[in-house]
Design a protein around this ligand. Structure first.
Ligand code: SAM
Length: 225
C-alpha cells in the first residue's frame, strides 16, 4: 500500500456493536483480575524514574514511534509525558529524533496497556492529559472484545482522570468509544469530525494525506459535565 493511499477500516459492522453495552456494564461491575506481568511493573518504574513526583502527568497510550509523545512533551514543558507502546520495534524507530534532541520531560516505555493503565491507577497516579491516538481498530464484528471500549481494562481509562482524547479514522470506533465512556461516566460525551492541519502522529498524517475523515472525542473528566 502506498503512503497516501491508506484505507478506512473495511468492516461489515456499520454501527455500534449490539453487544457493546452489555460488555461495558459487565466489565464495569466485575473486577479485572488478570495478574500483572513483571515487565509491565518494570515499565511503570522506568516511566516514572525521571519524574519529580510533582509535574502533572500526560499519557500517550499506544504511542507507536513516539512522535506524538515528543510533540506533547514540547508543548507541555512543565508536565511529565509518558509514551507507552507494546512494540519495541516501533519505539526504536523514533527517527529522526536522536536521543540528545529528545525533550527531557518524557519517557518512552514498552508495556502492555492492559497492565500499564491498571498499574498506574493502583499506584494512585492520576493524569492531567491522556491521549489514545489511532488505536488499532480491529474492524471485524467478531473482534469487538479486542477494541478498547469493549475490553475489560476500559473502565480504568476514565478512572485515571484528566482531559481524555481519542482519535480514529473509523467512525464506528469513535461511536463505540463515546458510547462506552458515556455509560461509565454517566455523561453524554460527544464525538466530532476534525481536520488535522498539523498532524500529531504518523498515522494521523497518513490518513489525512489519504483524504480520510478523522474523528475525535475530547472530555475533561475533572469537570462535572
Ligand atoms: C495504529 S497504531 C497508532 C500509533 C500512533 N498512536 C500513531 O497514531 O501513529 C496503534 C499502536 O497501538 C499499539 N498497541 C496496541 N495494543 C497495545 C497494547 N495492548 N499495549 C500497548 N500498545 C499497544 C501498537 O503497537 C501500535 O503502535
Amino acid at each position: 500500500m502506498s503512503y497516501a493511499n491508506s484505507r478506512i477500516p473495511n468492516s461489515a459492522q456499520h454501527g455500534v456493536h449490539e453487544l457493546l453495552v452489555s460488555q461495558v456494564l459487565k466489565h464495569r461491575d466485575a473486577p479485572f483480575r488478570k495478574p500483572y506481568a513483571d515487565y509491565n511493573r518494570a515499565a511503570l518504574v522506568a516511566a516514572l524514574a525521571g519524574w519529580d513526583g510533582v509535574a502533572p502527568l500526560i499519557l500517550d497510550a499506544g504511542c507507536g514511534v513516539g512522535h506524538s509523545t515528543i510533540a506533547l512533551a514540547r508543548a507541555h514543558p512543565d508536565h511529565w509525558v509518558i509514551g507507552v507502546d507494546q512494540s519495541a520495534d516501533r519505539l526504536n524507530r523514533r527517527k529522526p529524533y536522536p536521543e540528545a534532541l529528545l525533550p527531557t520531560n518524557m519517557a518512552l516505555v514498552r508495556a502492555d496497556l492492559v497492565d500499564f493503565w491498571r498499574l498506574l491507577f493502583d499506584a494512585g497516579h492520576r493524569l492531567a492529559r491522556h491521549y489514545i491516538l489511532y488505536p488499532n481498530p480491529w474492524p471485524k464484528i467478531g473482534h469487538l472484545g479486542r477494541r478498547w471500549p469493549a475490553h475489560p481494562v476500559f473502565p480504568f481509562i476514565p478512572r485515571l482522570g484528566g482531559v481524555l482524547e481519542c482519535r480514529t479514522n473509523w467512525q464506528v470506533y469513535i461511536a463505540e468509544y463515546v458510547c462506552a465512556l458515556s455509560l461509565l461516566t454517566g455523561r453524554e460525551i460527544a464525538w466530532e469530525g476534525f481536520e488535522a492541519t498539523v498532524p500529531l502522529t504518523p498515522f494521523e498524517r497518513k490518513y489525512r494525506d489519504s483524504g480520510q475523515p478523522l474523528y475525535r472525542a475530547v472530555v475533561d473528566l475533572e469537570t462535572a459535565s
